[in-house]
Design a protein around this ligand. Structure first.
Ligand code: TXA
Ligand code: MG
Length: 348
């Protein structure tokens, strides 16, 4: 189903697959960003809805377009260590080690904010989340604009994050002038967010850079590790990405275990939902003969699964699924972030 395109006649989707197109898109995006406008941009994690991070007026447009609660802070994207350090007042040893190991890449560091960062970026808080993304378009456009970019995921609040330009168009097309198409997001889920502002290092939102990798990069440093389900958080607004209901598809989502098709069939019967309205996302126990609306088989390694999962959820919604059944995930470090997103997607 197409979303209404009433005011989206002005919308331009800029391609970037040749050097000339890429350069033209960088220029056009930077002109709009300098004029205080929003631009949807590709990053390696998910697409971002970007604005000048140094302008509270530009940033306020992000909140309006997404319908985002003002209590939810926005990540600031930079294109190097100098710009990162200019956004904060302290640069601890832990930041040096983590940046050296994982930047540019899918890691956000939360540190005490500098005065140049407006209060609406940090939702009134004293800390700011900083990320140096690895997507070449982000790198170039930040350089061309000359300032850091505040960018949450480019979807309406509480929807699943977009991993391609078409996802952005469907969710926010009527609010945007430009979407830059930088291809399919290579990581596919949002960055790992770590808080370096307290006495111990802390994962606020798990991501593809997982606990063991973070610990290995910071020898001798103390980490407060939790599997962070958010619902039991004592500080629910400290990192709203941890709120239980977040990243939701329109369809109900359940996570199930089964050994064979018969066992799954019994579980599906108990839902009372028409089989054609049930979509399955599986990676190891592929069921047959259940007459479901769709069966997607996605790869059995965490990185490939992460790259594919949001696009699968978008597709299920697109096809009108009532129930999305996802096969229960393995219980190991690499799968924690994906499990975290699916638990939130299943919350009602
Ligand atoms: O991969 C990503 O991080 C993507 C791309 C676009 O970079 N961005 C993203 O932004 O996922 P968003 O707004 O959807 O998620 C930002 C989350 C907040 O909800 C919060 O959980 C955490 O990052 N966050 C940001 N700033 C924070 C701060 N100062 N303190 C604590 N948590 C913060
Ligand atoms: Mg988001």
């Amino acid at each position: 189903m197409d979303s209404p395109r009433s005011s989206s006649s002005q919308l331009i989707v800029l391609q970037t697959h040749t050097p000339t197109l890429f350069k033209a898109a960088v220029t056009q995006a930077a002109v709009l960003l300098r004029a205080g406008e929003l631009v949807a941009l590709p990053t390696e994690t998910v697409y971002g809805l970007a604005a000048n991070a140094l302008s509270s007026e530009a940033v306020s447009k992000i909140f309006q377009a997404k319908g985002r609660p003002e209590t939810n802070p926005i990540i600031v994207h930079v294109n190097g260590l100098d710009m990162a350090k200019a956004c904060v007042t302290v640069w601890p040893e832990s930041a040096t080690l983590l940046a050296r190991a994982f930047w540019p890449g899918p890691l956000t560091l939360v540190l005490p904010k500098a005065n140049c960062i407006p209060n609406n970026v940090t939702a009134g808080g004293k800390t700011v989340g900083i990320r140096w993304p690895s997507h070449p378009f982000m790198h170039e456009v930040i350089g061309e604009a000359g300032f850091p970019l505040a960018a949450p995921s480019a979807n309406r609040s509480n929807e699943i994050s977009p991993t391609n330009a078409e996802h952005v168009r469907k969710s926010l097309g009527d609010k945007l002038l430009i979407i830059v198409d930088g291809g399919q997001s290579q990581v596919g889920i949002e960055s790992t967010v770590v808080d370096l502002s307290g006495p111990r290092l802390r994962v606020l939102r798990p991501g593809i850079i997982h606990a063991a990798a973070l610990q290995a990069a910071t020898p001798g440093m103390e980490w407060e590790m939790g599997r962070g389900a958010g619902a039991d958080s004592t500080e629910p607004l400290r990192s709203p990405g941890r709120l239980l209901r977040h990243y939701s598809p329109k369809a109900r989502l359940v996570i199930l275990n089964w050994k064979n098709s018969h066992e799954l069939s019994l579980q599906l019967n108990s839902t009372g939902i028409n089989r054609q309205k049930i979509h399955l996302i599986v990676y190891s126990h592929v069921p047959g003969g259940l007459n479901c609306g769709r069966v997607s088989v996605i790869p059995h390694d965490a990185e490939a699964f992460a790259r594919a999962i949001y696009a699968e959820l978008h597709q299920c919604d697109e096809e009108g699924a009532e129930l999305i059944v996802v096969e229960a995930l393995p219980d190991s470090d690499e799968w924690v972030a994906i499990g975290d997103r699916l638990i939130r997607a299943s919350a009602r």
